[in-house]
Design a protein. Sequence first.
Length: 410
Amino acid sequence: MKNNKYNLAIIGGGPSGMIAAGHAAELGSRVLLLEKNPQLGIKLLMTGKGRCNITNAEEDIKKLIEVYGKNGKFLYSALNKFSNKDVVEFFESKGLKTKVERGNRIFATSDSSKDVVTCLENYLKENNVEIKLNSPVEKIIVKEGKIEKIILKKGQEITADKYIIATGGKSYPGSGSSGDAYKWLEKMGHTINKPIPALTPIIVKEKIVEKLEGLSLKNVEASLWDNKKIASFFGEALFTNNGMSGPIILNLSKIVSENPSKNLKLKIDFKPALDFPTLDKRIQRDFEENSNKQYKNSINKLMPAKLIPVMIELSKIDPNKKVNEITKEERKRLIKLLKEFELNVNGVVGFEKAIVTSGGVDIKEVNPKTMQSKIIDNLFLAGEVLDIDGPTGGYNLQVAWSTGYLAGEN
């Protein structure tokens, strides 16, 4: 292989690596894309339960940026260069039709993440990007503040004028995201803010959740408490055999990862549209209609069938008691369970099931206008390896597209 064959070598064939490679090649660069897996976009295939939530339809860029918290401002240039609207136009122009669902989430009309990956693969082909699969990187050689070459595990040496690292974080290690890049970048002098799992299920101490495993909830509110309320989200949740998952739980998980407190509580409000007095009236009405029925047979309108035995157990009301004999105190216990179903947090599942990694390369060391490293002259960074993450809803893939596109352009 001749030296300096490539203008650009990219490590990582995920969303940011693929969009960077295609865009740089489109602008006339000779591009090599290195991927350690046998195929591109493995994690992309897994996202959104195999449906791939491409981006979010939020129209106000300011609001979009707020979603990412304190590091969001870093994305101004990237989002202006390649916004969520541009992402949709990009895929539509390549023949991938999209649709908007609840929560402004954008998916391919086909509901298939495979179609998203195929679309990107075709983009790379059209622009003659050279792709090397099964090519993990052994080490990166740096001399005088520049990358001199990349050495692959097979022993092959790769040289290029410029390099992009787009290896992702540590989430879903089964997809190859093992956090390799953090070690390389630290060696080069970059600061790595401690990677923690974000968007991952929450584990609780109570064994009773085993009885609720698989129960899916809609229009509920989940909140985290440490003596006072820290955060809350409204939407869908799901009970697992050792805790909870689903979009609103995943959004709370980063706070659990960051919070060392041993007293965190997760509260579920099954009836967020009704305050305590209104719910009390509603229950009294239901009880009047069923006045001669037993308690266990009179609460099916209030909650899903799977929840009934657990609520009976926790409310400590005799299941065979007639509802017209239920006391005000007992009714209050039931209301409290419906409005504040309290679970003690034990932690989070961790990287194996985390959708994204929070933490990564300190963004103060990256030029937001170009994605160029301020430490290594010919290095650019894109995607999840950077310390930026957002909630569920297509926001994290948007970071990958925008930063990848901008890095590829520069």
